[in-house]
Design a protein around this ligand. Structure first.
Ligand code: MF3
Ligand code: CO
Ligand code: CO
Length: 256
C-alpha cells in the first residue's frame, strides 16, 4: 500500500529530511585523504544524536553502523571501518535520520582530494540521472517515467544502471512502497500522486551493471570492479510538481 501523507506527516518529514541533508553537508569538510570511514560514521552519529534523532541504519536488519560509506567500486551499503580514504577515491555517504517517528534519506558521492577523470565522469552522470529523474517525478504520470529517463541518460553516457536496488517510499518506515526503479519497466502501472513521498537514488556504474556482495554480506560491489556512484534525494509530490525535502538550497546536488 502506498501511503499518501497528511499535512502533519509532511511537516514531520520536512524536519527529518532537513536534518539528514544538514548531516550530509556537515560531513563534507571531513571527507579528506587520511580519514577513516569509521571517523566519518562517528562524527555523523554524534551530530544526528545531538539533534534529537537516531541514525536509521544502526541495527536496521542487523546493519552495524550509523551511515553507509561506499568507496570506488562499492555500489552501496558499505560498512564504515578503519579503512582510510585516499586521494582520488570517490565515496558515497548515505545518511538516514529517524526524527519524531519519521525517516529522511539522502546521499552524495564525494571526491576525496583531487578527482580522477573516471571518478568525475561517473559521479557527474549519477548526479545528472538523479536530477533528470526528479524533473519527471510529477503528479499524474506513471512512476516508471523516472526509471525510463534515468536509464536513457545512463546509456547515452555509456554507463549502466544497477537493477537490484531501487528508490522507495519513505515515512514512518525506512522502506515503504512504492519501489522506484531506476530503469525502464513495461509492467509499471503506478500513477504518481500528490502526498506521495519517495526517494530517487540511482546507482550508476562506469562498466557493466552486474553486482556481487562482499563477505560482510552488506557491501554491494560491481562485479567487473568498475567505479560506481550514487546520489539520493527524498521528494514530496505536490499538486503541481515536487519538492525536494533533502535539498538545502541546492547544496547536496552540487558536485562534491
Ligand atoms: N540508505 C539506504 C537507502 O537509500 C539504505 C541503507 S540500509 C542499511 O535506502 F542497512 F544498509 F543501512
Ligand atoms: Co533510500
Ligand atoms: Co539512502
Amino acid at each position: 500500500m502506498i501511503k499518501i501523507k497528511t499535512a502533519q506527516e509532511i511537516a514531520a518529514m520536512r524536519k527529518t529530511c532537513r536534518l539528514a541533508a544538514e548531516t550530509l553537508v556537515m560531513i563534507e569538510e571531513h571527507v579528506k585523504p587520511g580519514v577513516s570511514t569509521l571517523e566519518l560514521n562517528n562524527i555523523c552519529h554524534e551530530y544526528i544524536i545531538s539533534h534529537g534523532a537516531v541514525p536509521s541504519p544502526l541495527n536496521y536488519r542487523g546493519f552495524p553502523k550509523s551511515i553507509c560509506t561506499s568507496i570506488n567500486h562499492q555500489i552501496c551499503h558499505g560498512i564504515p571501518s578503519e579503512r582510510i580514504i585516499r586521494d582520488g577515491d570517490i565515496i558515497n555517504v548515505d545518511i538516514t535520520t529517524y526524527l519524531n517517528g519519521f525517516h529522511g534519506d539522502t546521499s552524495k558521492t564525494f571526491h576525496v582530494g583531487n578527482p580522477t577523470p573516471k571518478g568525475e565522469k561517473v559521479s557527474k552522470v549519477a548526479l545528472e540521472c538523479l536530477n533528470a529523474g526528479i524533473a519527471v517525478a510529477l503528479p499524474g504520470v506513471t512512476i516508471n517515467n523516472i526509471g525510463k529517463t534515468i536509464e536513457g541518460i545512463a546509456k547515452k553516457n555509456r554507463c549502466s544502471v544497477v537493477r537490484e536496488y531501487c528508490g522507495h517510499g519513505i515515512g514512518r518506515e525506512f522502506h515503504e512502497e512504492p519501489a522506484v526503479l531506476h530503469y525502464a519497466d513495461q509492467r509499471d502501472r503506478i500513477t504518481i500522486r500528490p502526498g506521495m513521498i519517495f526517494t530517487i537514488e540511482p546507482m550508476i556504474n562506469l562498466g557493466k551493471p552486474d553486482i556481487k556482495h562482499m563477505k560482510d554480506n552488506w557491501t554491494v560491489v560491481t562485479k567487473d570492479h568498475s567505479l560506481s556512484a550514487q546520489f539520493e534525494h527524498t521528494i514530496l509530490i505536490t499538486e503541481t510538481g515536487n519538492e525536494v525535502l533533502t535539498d538545502l538550497g541546492g547544496k547536496i546536488t552540487e558536485m562534491g
